[in-house]
Design a protein around this ligand. Structure first.
Ligand SMILES: [Zn+2]
Length: 113
């Protein structure tokens, strides 16, 4: 089963937040903090006159923000930590390093190729 990823333009409304069941509130808080940080980074990198470095930073922030939002949505669905690519559990080590990741190492490698 795959989940339609939320776009960076999708705002996290109080309604969305209220309907989430949050088994792990620390993780939820951490992810919402990350969501806020990435949103701010993205706003700081707006404008049409970005150089190549800032454009790359913006693209990266956009990807990260989308992953954070997908992770939040999956947390609410009770599917946090399950790979969106292969439906297998993501390793605890990987989630410790990148708590917002939505794919296992194998699927991430495949996507990077
Ligand atoms: Zn996978």
């Amino acid at each position: 089963m795959t989940t339609t990823p939320l776009t960076p333009q999708t705002p996290l409304t109080p309604q969305i937040l209220d309907t989430r069941s949050t088994p792990d509130t620390d993780l939820f808080r951490h992810l919402t903090d990350l969501e806020e940080t990435r949103s701010r980074q993205l706003q700081a990198l707006s404008g049409a006159d970005l150089d190549a470095v800032r454009s790359a930073r913006r693209a990266r922030a956009q990807r990260d923000l989308q992953d954070v939002r997908t992770a939040l949505a999956r947390l609410g669905e009770g599917r946090y930590g399950i790979c969106t690519g292969c439906d297998r559990p993501i390793s605890a080590q990987r989630l410790e390093l990148r708590c917002w990741t939505t794919t296992c190492v194998d699927c991430a490698d495949r996507a990077a190729r």
